[in-house]
Design a binder for this molecule. Structure first.
Ligand code: MCF
Ligand code: FE
Length: 409
């Protein structure tokens, strides 16, 4: 058993409990979370490591949506309009993906860890990120992505997807979870949606999908109009969308754990359906800002009590894979939310809700949860517990210590 003591322990539990001068006892799982005095009394013979002045101990962050295979992008892709981005992806995809070498992805994973993330939901389009993800200390929910809508390509696309999923399933280690991503309602043929969801249900795998990210996607899916019309005509010879948003959502009945990424253009009834499905929304604020000049209406989610998690998306739509950078951006763009209260919600989104999105027993410091912890230090004293989450988000760039599955990594 190991015990860490910090000035503050943020549990991210149901009641959002914060403990001043707290301590956490753990091995692979959390054993106890309490005040230092209580832990000392309970385990009088155990050594306690003090994390020092202005230290904070909290669950490791969970980046619920990331594309590592696009990690070589910095200035190549076009931002500001979804169609421009998509066309630039089509033009530069091959070069970008080739430049995202295993070494580069390994470096990014190291950075992700140093910046406080202990678990990622990695969307894999090609399996080029499989080896670095498997070899990383991080917990990885590894989503093999199914994509493609051209009828004469369906069989080969499905075979290719199954092959990638198989190679992920052959990789076995603690903290590595093969799962399934359906790219989006506009880009995946109904046959592929149905068959891949069958596999997910049979094998109880997590599922994640992009959903209603852009106004162009909304216009295409609802009305067969807008920016997608020309794109589909030119690339796929397709004139109409194959799946309406609600038809798409209806197919996810019984799938769990389940998450929908973006949902910026989702309607009230779409959101109600997502709530019904007990799914989580992966919110990627920077990606929404740079690709679409838009932002998720968080208040609608709060009103309907739909949990949201935080994802950086890939470097194809972000300048950083740090969750603290992403949390700062979220804090800055959702100006209608009170900054102090919203900081608390964001910390829960990046921990507890990320765990729900990915179906893991993490993101919370509570007896029997997985021992994934980060230790950080604030630049100066925080007097009022109320201000803690805001200050953590404003000031943290790197962590001092990371524990994953009870091990220092
Ligand atoms: O989430 C962003 C924007 N929306 C859709 N897809 C992606 C994103 N970042 C990377 N992608 C990938 C996607 O997984 O782009 C590829 C897919 O494999 C091409 S289709 C746009
Ligand atoms: Fe994405």
């Amino acid at each position: 058993m190991k015990i860490l003591k910090a000035s503050w322990v943020i549990s991210c539990d149901e009641n959002n409990t914060i403990i001043k001068d707290g301590a956490v006892a753990f091995d692979k799982k959390i054993i106890a979370v309490a005040t230092e005095d209580f832990i000392k009394e309970k385990y009088p013979d155990s050594k306690i490591e003090d994390l020092g002045e202005n230290s904070v101990l909290m669950p490791g962050l969970i980046n619920s949506h990331i594309h590592l295979e696009f990690s070589s992008n910095t200035t190549t892709l076009k931002y500001g309009n979804f169609m421009s981005w998509l066309n630039s992806v089509i033009t530069s995809r091959e070069k970008l993906v080739k430049n995202a070498t295993k070494e580069l992805i390994k470096e990014k994973l190291e950075f992700i860890k140093r910046s406080g993330t202990t678990t990622i939901g990695a969307i894999s389009s090609y399996s080029f990120d499989l080896e670095p993800c498997f070899n990383s200390d991080l917990n990885v929910v590894y989503f093999s992505e199914v994509i493609g809508s051209k009828p004469d390509m369906i069989d080969s696309l499905f075979d290719d997807f199954k092959e990638r999923l198989k190679s992920a399933k052959e990789k076995k280690r603690e903290g590595f979870f093969p799962s399934i991503a359906i790219h989006s309602p506009y880009s995946v043929h109904p046959f592929l949606i149905r068959e891949s969801l069958k596999i997910a249900k049979d094998e109880k795998m997590a599922v994640s999908t992009h959903f209603l990210e852009s106004p162009e996607e909304f216009d295409w899916l609802h009305k067969d109009e807008g920016g997608f019309v020309e794109f589909f005509k030119n690339f796929l010879g397709q004139e109409k969308a194959v799946t309406k948003p609600m038809e798409f959502l209806n197919q996810f009945e019984g799938v769990k754990p389940l998450s929908f990424t973006h949902c910026v253009e989702a309607s009230k009834s779409d959101l109600e359906k997502i709530k019904d499905l007990d799914a989580v929304i992966n919110h990627c604020p920077t990606s929404n800002r740079v690709l679409n000049n838009s932002r998720l209406k968080i208040q609608n989610l709060l009103d309907l009590d739909i949990p949201f998690a935080i994802g950086t998306d890939g470097l194809s739509s972000n300048n950083s894979l740090s969750m603290f950078d992403e949390l700062r951006n979220a804090l800055m763009i959702h100006t209608e939310q009170n900054v102090v209260a919203f900081a608390k919600l964001l910390i829960l989104a990046a921990t507890k809700n990320g765990a729900k999105a990915l179906g893991l027993n993490k993101g919370i410091l509570e007896k029997n949860a997985d021992a994934d912890l980060i230790a950080i230090s604030l630049p100066d004293e925080v007097e009022d517990e109320e201000d803690l989450c805001l200050n953590i988000i404003l000031h943290t760039k790197e962590v001092n210590k990371t524990v994953i599955g009870g091990n220092y990594v």
